[in-house]
Every structure is written in structure tokens, then in C-alpha cells.
Ligand binder design. Structure first.
Ligand SMILES: Nc1ncnc2c1ncn2[C@@H]1O[C@H](COP(=O)(O)OP(=O)(O)OP(=O)(O)O)[C@@H](O)[C@H]1O
Length: 271
């Protein structure tokens, strides 16, 4: 769930409408980030199209997390431009404002409310900004119930709706958290290693889920599991030493000698 500094859920109504008339929802241009003189991002440029599903890969330390941190306002770049649509300058906004603008981030570890049911978790993400307990006793409108029903269907947890979230499998918790993000109707979703620790079946289901979200949402997935990346990606961006090394379809990436040398080399058998 996306919350503001007071812990209140951010609402879909808070979202602004990014100008995507050129088909691009996220512009990252010439961005550099240094930590004590070390360049974690080095003159990086990247464009995410409206409604696309993009996979971001790269060795440990390539800069993937730093890039997500820059987009979501957690880290300020030394130089560069980051725009949501053509007009909205994300570098002039803080983390809460960026989340409110319609950029949702899912971290690797699920953070659902374990003591509450699946339904209640979604209810909290959807309902007003009056604090958790008021929200739980606040009567949902028919429209809100429909909305939760739709999200439950999307994340495949309709049957588990009255189950305590703590009793869900690891994969189900990940899907619930994606559902909680969806309640805020983000235009752009950043998803960090969604299938780490999942069973084969859960991984397949996650591939279907993320693929189904593209179109209505733009989705950027950071993932090391190459089989998973191959199963969902239409376009892959490879980061290396803080810059974009290559971009293209999975087969273009796999046959790029530079990518094979610096990233896929030892993994090529599995990839
Ligand atoms: N707060 C920080 N202070 C100093 N160095 C940092 C900081 N954050 C990241 N770095 C360094 O920046 C580089 C890029 O890190 P980043 O976490 O973005 O890589 P990554 O591609 O996400 O790696 P991983 O796949 O391991 O998560 C690394 O060398 C890391 O040690």
C-alpha cells in the first residue's frame, strides 16, 4: 500500500494525469548519482513507453536499485532530468508527492498487514484518509466493493478473500501487495524481484499477472531470474556500471556480445 507521511493511504483521486501524447510515460535523461565519488548511475538515459512492460536486468551493483530510488524520489541525482510524462518534473517532488502522482513501487519483501484479511488489506488501500481503524469500520460504497472484487480477480485471490493475510503463501502475499498498489490506480508500477523465493507455479502466475497489468499500467520489473524475464519481456534494458549497456528484445539481448561478456556469460546456459 502507498501511504503518505501520516500513514494514510494515497488515493487514486490524488493521481495526476501525465502527458503521454508522445507515447512515453517516463523520461530519464543524462542522470548521474555519486556516492562518495563513486558513480552508481553514470549519465543514464532511459524511456519507458506508456503501457509497456519493461524488464531491467544487470549484475549486482549495476545501478538498478539506485535508478528506482531516483524515480521514486528516495535519492536525488547530481544531474539529469526525470519526468513523468512530458511535463511533470519528478525531481521537484518528494517521495509522497511522486507516489500520489501515480507511481507505485513494490519492494522485494511483501509488507501486507498479516493480522488482517485479504479483503481488509485491500479495503485499507482503497478507503479514505482517516487512519487505519476508522477505515476498517467505514462502510464501503458499492463502487468500492466492486473495485475490490475486480482487484481480487486480477490478483487471483477471490477465494482467499476472507483469509488472514498472514496465512497466505509467499507468492500470494506478493500478489496481495501488488493488489494493494493497484488500489491507488498507479500509471507506472516499479516491481523489484517479484519472483524471488516463489515456487515454479507461483512464478508462472506472476508472469501472467504482470503481463495482464501492462496496457492499463506501465510496468518496470527488476529481476535476476532470466527464465522469468524471458517469459514476460518484450523489451529488456541491461544496466552496467550505472549506464544502459543494451536495450532490445530478449533474443537481441542474448546475442549481444557485450551483454554476454559482462552479464549473461556464466548464466547463458540458463538464459
Ligand atoms: N547509499 C549508498 N552509499 C554508497 N554506495 C551506494 C549506496 N547505494 C548504492 N551504492 C553503490 O552503488 C552501486 C549501485 O548499487 P545498486 O544497489 O543500485 O545496484 P543494483 O543493480 O540494484 O544491485 P543488486 O542487484 O545487488 O540489487 C553499488 O556499487 C552500490 O554499492
Amino acid at each position: 500500500m502507498i501511504v503518505d507521511k501520516q500513514g494514510s493511504p494515497l488515493l487514486a483521486e490524488d493521481n495526476i494525469r501525465p502527458d503521454t501524447r508522445h507515447g512515453v510515460i517516463l523520461y530519464v535523461e543524462d542522470v548521474s548519482v555519486s556516492f562518495d565519488g563513486f558513480k552508481a548511475l553514470n549519465d543514464l538515459s532511459l524511456y519507458i513507453n506508456d503501457g509497456e512492460l519493461r524488464c531491467l536486468i544487470g549484475a549486482n551493483g549495476a545501478g538498478k536499485t539506485t535508478l528506482m530510488d531516483v524515480i521514486t524520489g528516495k535519492t536525488r541525482p547530481d544531474v539529469g532530468k526525470v519526468n513523468f510524462g512530458q511535463q511533470v518534473d519528478l525531481l521537484g517532488m518528494d517521495e509522497t508527492q511522486i507516489a500520489r502522482a501515480g507511481i507505485g513501487r513494490k519492494f522485494q519483501k511483501p509488507t501486507v498487514f498479516e493480522m488482517l484479511t485479504v479483503f481488509e488489506n485491500l479495503e485499507l488501500s482503497l478507503a479514505g484518509d482517516k487512519g487505519i481503524w476508522t477505515n476498517l469500520f467505514h462502510k464501503l460504497s458499492g463502487e468500492q466493493k466492486d473495485e475490490i472484487g475486480k482487484i481480487l480477480q486480477t490478483i487471483g485471490l477471490t477465494k482467499e478473500c476472507y483469509m488472514q493475510a498472514g496465512a497466505l503463501s509467499h507468492g500470494q502475499k506478493q500478489w496481495l501487495e501488488i493488489g494493494m498498489l493497484l488500489a491507488a490506480k498507479p500509471r507506472l508500477l516499479l516491481v523489484d524481484e517479484p519472483v524471488a523465493g516463489m515456487t515454479g507455479q507461483e512464478t508462472e502466475r506472476t508472469a501472467e499477472l504482470l503481463t495482464s497489468l501492462a496496457g492499463e499500467h506501465s510496468v518496470v520489473v527488476v529481476e535476476h531470474d532470466m527464465a522469468f524475464v524471458r517469459s514476460i519481456a518484450r523489451k529488456v534494458t541491461v544496466l552496467h556500471q550505472g549506464s544502459v549497456l543494451a536495450e532490445g528484445s530478449m533474443s537481441e539481448i542474448q546475442s549481444n556480445p557485450e551483454v554476454v561478456r559482462v552479464y549473461l556469460g556464466e548464466d547463458q546456459g540458463a538464459a
